[in-house]
Design a protein around this ligand. Structure first.
Ligand SMILES: C[S@@+](CC[C@H](N)C(=O)[O-])C[C@H]1O[C@@H](n2cnc3c(N)ncnc32)[C@H](O)[C@@H]1O
Length: 228
C-alpha cells in the first residue's frame, strides 16, 4: 500500500521506499487485516488471461506480480525504482523478472505486454498522466490495464476510515523502524483523484471501456481499461 505524498520528487519517493522496505509487508498485513492479498488477486483475475505476458508496474515487494502469476500469466515482469523493495521481491520468486527502473520511462518496446497491473503505485507518481501514457504505450492494442488504489471513503463508513487511516496507521507506522513515512499516507490519498476523475484520466491516456469498482466498503478502487 502506498505511503508517499504526490508532492514528493521521484528521488524522495524512491529513498522513502528504500527506507520502509523492511516493514512494508508487515504494515500491509496490519493495516488490512490480511485482506490486501484478496484485493491483489481480484485485480490480477480481472485483467490477466492465461498465457499473458504481464507487467506489474511499481511492483514493490512483489505481491501483485505474484498474484498475476497465480492468475495464469505465462511471463511476469515486475518494475520498480526502489532497490530495497525489489530485493525483497526477488526473495519471493525467481519465476518473475524483477527490473529496476522508472515506470514513467520504461525500457520495453511498444506493445510488449497483454496486461499491466499497478497496485498502490500510481498515487506515488507525480506525473500521473505521463505514467498512464507510458503504461498504454507498452500494452498491445486490446491489452488490459488494472489499477488498484486506496480511495477516499464517502458515506457512513467515512468517520471510521478517518480514525483508522489518519490516526491509527501513522501511529503504528511510527512504532516500526522506517515506518514514520506512513505519516504521508493520508495526505497522498487526499490528493489522489476520486474514482470518476481517475477513470477520465485513464480514458484520456488512450484506454477504452474504462470502468471501476469499489472494494472493501469503498476503501479501495479497482480501475480497468482496454488499450485502444
Ligand atoms: C506502495 S508501494 C506498492 C508496491 C506493490 N505494488 C504492492 O502492491 O504492494 C509503491 C511502489 O511504487 C514504487 N514507485 C513509485 N514511483 C515509481 C516510479 N516512478 N517508477 C518505479 N517505481 C515507482 C515505489 O518504489 C514503491 O515500491
Amino acid at each position: 500500500m502506498s505511503v508517499a505524498s504526490d508532492s514528493l520528487e521521484p528521488e524522495q519517493v524512491r529513498t522513502m521506499f528504500d527506507r520502509i522496505a523492511p516493514v512494508y509487508d508487515q504494515m500491509n498485513r496490519l493495516m488490512t487485516g490480511g485482506l490486501d492479498r484478496r484485493w491483489r488477486d481480484a485485480t490480477a483475475r480481472r485483467v490477466v488471461q492465461p498465457g499473458d505476458t504481464v507487467l506489474d508496474a511499481a511492483c514493490g515487494t512483489g505481491d501483485l506480480a505474484l498474484a498475476d502469476l497465480r492468475a495464469g500469466a505465462a511471463r511476469v515482469v515486475g518494475v520498480d525504482f526502489s532497490e530495497q523493495m525489489l530485493e525483497r521481491a526477488a526473495r519471493k520468486s525467481s519465476a518473475i523478472e524483477w527490473v529496476q527502473g522508472d515506470l514513467c520511462k520504461l525500457s520495453f518496446a511498444d506493445g510488449s505486454f497483454q496486461a499491466v497491473t499497478i497496485g498502490f503505485g500510481l498515487r506515488n507518481v507525480a506525473d500521473r498522466e505521463g505514467a498512464l501514457r507510458e503504461l498504454r504505450r507498452v500494452l498491445a492494442p486490446g491489452g488490459r490495464l488494472g489499477i488498484l488504489e486506496i480511495t477516499r471513503v464517502r458515506g457512513p463508513l467515512a468517520p471510521f476510515f478517518r480514525i483508522w487511516f489518519e490516526g491509527l496507521v501513522p501511529l503504528v507506522g511510527k512504532l516500526l523502524p522506517g515506518g514514520s513515512a506512513y505519516a504521508y499516507l493520508p495526505a497522498s490519498v487526499r490528493r489522489f483523484p476520486a474514482p470518476r476523475e481517475l477513470a477520465a484520466q485513464i480514458a484520456q491516456a488512450g484506454f477504452g471501456d474504462v470502468r471501476y469498482r469499489l472494494l472493501a466498503g469503498g476503501i479501495m478502487a479497482l480501475h480497468v481499461g482496454v488499450a485502444r
